[in-house]
Design a protein around this ligand. Structure first.
Ligand SMILES: [Cu+2]
Length: 158
């Protein structure tokens, strides 16, 4: 091996390592949406984001073809009333994770083009301030019956 080819090999290795590192700063686990009934205008999406990087990141937006628009929402109790409102981003601290789950932060698919059917999957793209775009496959789960919907175990499949 000449010293030039050795240098080139070293360079391409370094380049590969930096690209791999850039893609791995955000991990998205278990993206799912609740099944909807025909005519239902919107559906919720949930997932867990883990930031394995050394800098704080921020989920800015989500896009998917299943609805006219996709928003990020928070949900909170105001007195006796559950209120949802749009948020313009969700911070993910360095080395930390944020869970989007029923009753809390969530993705809202607004203006559904058709019902989300249990067992289907669809692609979605998450856009982060630092990590850039992350593509995920969203699994549609059966809507949990209210009586089963405690402790988050209603959706387990065996
Ligand atoms: Cu919502």
């Amino acid at each position: 091996m000449t010293s030039l080819s050795r240098t080139l090999a070293g360079l391409s290795l370094a380049l590969f390592a930096s690209v791999a590192a850039a893609q791995s700063t955000v991990r998205v686990d278990a993206p799912y949406a609740r099944a909807t009934v025909p005519g239902q205008p919107a559906g919720g999406g949930y997932l867990k984001v883990t930031n394995t990087g050394k800098e704080a990141d921020r989920l800015l937006s989500v896009s998917a073809d299943v609805s006219k628009s996709v928003e990020l929402h928070s949900m909170s109790m105001e007195g006796d009333v559950m209120r949802m409102r749009q948020v313009d981003g969700i911070d993910v601290p360095a080395g930390g994770s944020v869970e989007l789950k029923p009753g809390g932060l969530h993705i809202m698919f607004i203006g559904l083009k058709g019902p989300l059917k249990a067992g289907d999957t669809f692609p979605a793209t998450l856009k982060f301030a630092k990590a850039g775009e992350v593509k995920v496959t969203v699994q549609v789960n059966a809507a949990a019956a209210p009586a089963q919907d405690h402790g988050g175990h209603g959706n387990h499949k065996h």
